[in-house]
Write a protein that binds this ligand. Structure first.
Ligand SMILES: [Zn+2]
Length: 491
């Protein structure tokens, strides 16, 4: 491990330069150029045909839905979509690529010049450029393990051949592993909102390669870069980049040169290994795909796609912060997925006080889910239940303490709020004389606060309400209690 060897003084002499290439499988029903099912997890080599196997004479036909999804993603990432883009053959030999080439796009990609904003270490927002977004097809899969004779044989599953992909290439604008993590997190979030991919990294629907180099701070030229391939979680990407940056600095500091190569991340050992020298573009002998005409994205097609664009996560957070009086952190929680944010907003609309719904959801339900390590969809309490609780609280029919007790029961028994409320029907003290007796006790016990209140510190009313509520075991009717406390104090 080189990590321990580098002093902070040496590390701060250098600046990392990071660019990311992300491959995303599109959620189309069929593959990019044939009618085979585009589905993860099928019996190996069952979703294949002459086209995706590249048998002689078979001709590709472009899936319109794949173009629609790629366009949608491009627009969501602020890219300019090219009216006329060209498919190209990327030639290379690999056992899981029976055609001997991949249909991709080269010098005329579908879209260019996009960006994603990420927060930086000092809390400001920084724009990371997107160089290009192009369409291509996936290769098959080599299965190196899991068979009795895996030591001597490799098996092939060609179901994945021809799965529609978009590749999103960032500018080398990223300067820290944290920025890379943020970029990926936001990219994934945007893509999930558009619905073009499930972005499931375990199933390989989203894969990331990172290019990283280091240079002396202030230097104009980039250093020699290494590519870290196929790391299967954003956290590992961050770790791989941290490792790789230190490794390269160490190579340079000890008088060596960084070699341009592809490296693999080993998560168990926490380090990267050299895999092969990096291919150059000319190694792939790109040329225009002769079996496909240019891809034309008409202005009409583009404006239709624009209409399908949902409100994107960052814009939605900004709006919801204003609509529901949220903190930035809370806005992130509520917009974690488009589906969840939609459900929340649909429910909040039906409540008397939408802000109260946000508050109950975040503090009562969110807090308990977090403590139990549950995902939002595992909550025993429905959105309708949260709305009911918020309305009851708003109407003063339950106190916040009673609401807390009801939610405790919901989570203890795995029952929704309306069920628990109907059964428990918490008793409220609405009898003025009973409440007045409680308030008198509290007033008698706190002469100093009474004096301060009467001298003008009116905010102390809340203190007396709280004390009296506690004395009532949380059963006092909150509105009535408030009214009586003020009346007595002002007497
Ligand atoms: Zn096929």
């Amino acid at each position: 491990m080189p990590a321990a060897a580098l002093s902070p003084e040496i590390q701060t002499k250098y600046e990392p330069v990071i660019g990311l290439e992300v491959h995303v499988q599109l959620l189309t029903v069929t593959k990019a150029f044939c009618g085979c099912a585009n589905k993860f997890g099928a019996e190996p080599n069952t979703n294949i045909c002459p086209v995706c196997l590249g048998l002689p004479g078979a001709l590709p036909v472009l899936n319109a839905r794949a173009v629609e999804f790629a366009t949608l993603a491009a627009l969501a990432l602020g890219c300019e979509v090219r009216e006329r883009s060209i498919f190209a053959r990327k030639n290379y030999f690999y056992p899981d690529l029976p055609k001997g080439y991949q249909i991709s796009q080269y010098d005329r990609p579908l879209a260019e010049h996009g960006w994603i904003e990420v927060p930086t270490a000092d809390g400001a927002m920084k724009r990371i450029g997107i160089t290009r977004l192009h369409m291509e097809e996936d290769a098959g899969k080599s299965l190196h393990d899991g068979f009795p004779d895996s030591a001597t044989r490799t098996y092939l599953d060609l179901n994945r051949c021809g799965t529609p992909l978009i590749e999103i290439v960032s500018e080398p604008d990223i300067r820290t592993p944290d920025e890379a993590f943020e970029y990926l997190t936001r990219l994934k979030e945007i893509l999930l909102y558009t619905g073009v991919s499930d972005c499931n990294m375990e199933e390989g629907s989203l894969r990331c390669d990172a290019n990283v180099s280091v240079r002396l701070k202030g230097a104009e030229q980039f250093g020699t870069k290494a590519e870290v391939k196929n790391v299967n979680s954003f956290r590992f990407i961050r770790a791989a980049l941290e490792y790789e940056i230190e490794r390269q600095i160490e190579v340079i500091e000890s008088g060596g040169r960084v070699t341009q190569e592809t490296r693999l991340w080993n998560a168990n050992e926490g380090r990267t290994y050299s895999m092969r020298s990096k291919e150059q573009a000319h190694d792939y002998r790109y040329f225009p795909e002769p079996d496909l005409p240019p891809l034309i994205v008409s202005p009409e097609f583009l404006s239709e796609a624009r209409k399908k664009l949902p409100e994107l996560p960052e814009a939605r957070r900004t709006r919801m912060i204003a609509d529901y009086d949220l903190t930035v952190q809370d806005a992130h929680t509520l917009t974690a997925s488009r589906e969840f944010a939609d459900r929340f907003e649909a429910a909040a609309k039906t409540a008397r006080n939408p802000r109260r719904v946000a508050n109950v959801l975040l503090s009562e339900v969110g807090g308990r889910l977090k403590a139990l390590g549950l995902a939002p969809e595992q909550s025993p309490v429905s959105m309708a239940g949260i709305v009911q609780a918020a309305d009851l609280l708003d109407d003063g029919k339950i106190s916040s303490k009673q609401m807390k007790q009801l939610f405790d029961l919901c989570f203890a028994k795995g029952e929704d709020f309306p069920v628990v409320y109907e059964r428990e029907k918490p008793q409220q003290i609405t009898d003025s004389s009973a409440l007045e007796a409680l308030i008198d006790e509290v007033i008698a016990a706190n002469p100093r606060q009474v004096e301060q209140y009467r001298a003008g510190k009116k905010t102390l009313a809340g203190f007396f309400v709280g004390q009296a509520m506690r004395a009532s075991n949380g059963q006092a009717n909150p509105a009535l209690l408030n009214e009586l406390v003020v009346k007595k104090l002002d007497r």
